[in-house]
Design a protein. Sequence first.
Length: 218
Amino acid sequence: MPEGEGAQATAMTVRERKPDPAGFQAGLIEPFLELLSNDLGSELSERVKHCEFAYVITSELEDPDDLGHVQAAWALAKCACEQPGAEVVIDVHAVRAHLAPDISELSPERPFELMQEISLLFDTVADGSVAAWTAGMRKFGRPEVMLLGLPSETSTEAALALRDLAAMLAAGERIEPGDLVTNDDLMYEARVVPEEVSHLVDGEAIWLTPSSPVPGLE
């Protein structure tokens, strides 16, 4: 386990099905069955429906100074996955599921990889354009980042731009509506996410709109 404030703010709570089967199923199983089926297959999703225990890992930090809490969370997940009967780990913030054996084999010395901690999500919105946004920036005490007005054929370029912008925030950059953000000689203005697409993002988010040309955007 790492040391420091982040590690101290990270805890694991054991939840058991037996005291409240209905509440356990409704709160800890059913919300994630579709994700589990999509990421790991329907057979595993069916097995998870009958699990007896869930280990909930949380970190309470308003503005983390480093990644100690993220390291501590994965260390706890690794310990849980080394126990007999462990099935899956659900990264709620990144909207991603992992097989327990994969997490049990994580090396404590592995380098930090942003794309292991966040996901890039895409959806077509009402006007036919594509919205792209991050999921998982809450781990770093930062808002999710959203790009709008993307032509569907430029999703790769948009993903690279979104990844680079997310990396800036994960490294400590702070942005608020009205701020200008420069990345790779491109300038973006931070704005409030429009109400008509706010339902796509879970939690706080910032819309970054280019004020100079960027691949995939007009």
